[in-house]
Design a protein around this ligand. Structure first.
Ligand code: UDP
Length: 150
């Protein structure tokens, strides 16, 4: 397939993925299946309640934005699933599987994406992913004690 051909051009990479606390257990199960079907290795996964400091870390660029308070509150309302996802070109591939930030936009542009299927609003859009490889590495190192271990 085209996907098979393309993957030779990209290095194996890990990214940080997160399933937000508002996801139901049924949705979590479906999302984990989508992740596996898309060819990611779920290198590590754990359920954790994020501290404000960890949330700031995960979202380094948006601490000053007007929706930050809502985001902090929403992510503090229960445990999240934090994941190390490994695949060729993982950062971009995970963002593609998530779909656009706004679920309404996702329904139009990327109907098979996670945010299209399970997103409720811009804020409650079920999943997060690192924006780039540098950020992915930084955040993975902070959230996982032995990030290299499978
Ligand atoms: N967000 C929001 N309102 C906005 C933009 C973003 O509530 O207008 C929230 C949303 O939960 C989003 C997160 O802030 O996932 C981070 O925003 P970013 O622009 O980094 O989007 P993402 O990388 O999550 O697609």
């Amino acid at each position: 397939t085209a996907e098979r051909e393309i993957q030779h051009f990209f290095p194996l990479q890990s990214t940080l993925g997160l399933i937000k606390p508002h996801a139901t257990s049924e949705q979590i199960e479906k999302i984990l299946n989508m992740i596996k079907e898309a060819g990611f290795d779920l290198t590590q996964v754990k359920k954790m309640s994020l501290t404000p400091e960890q949330i700031e870390n995960i979202y380094p660029k948006i601490t000053g934005k007007d929706f930050y308070k809502d985001l902090l509150e929403m992510l503090s309302e229960g445990p999240s699933m934090v994941m190390i996802l490994t695949k060729w070109n993982a950062v971009a591939e995970w963002r593609r599987l998530m779909g656009p930030t706004d679920p309404e936009e996702a329904k139009v542009l990327s109907p098979d994406s996670i945010r299209s299927r399970f997103g409720i609003s811009k804020l409650k859009n079920v999943v997060h992913g690192a924006s780039n490889a540098y950020e992915a590495k930084e955040v993975i190192n902070r959230l996982f004690e032995n990030p290299e271990e499978n």
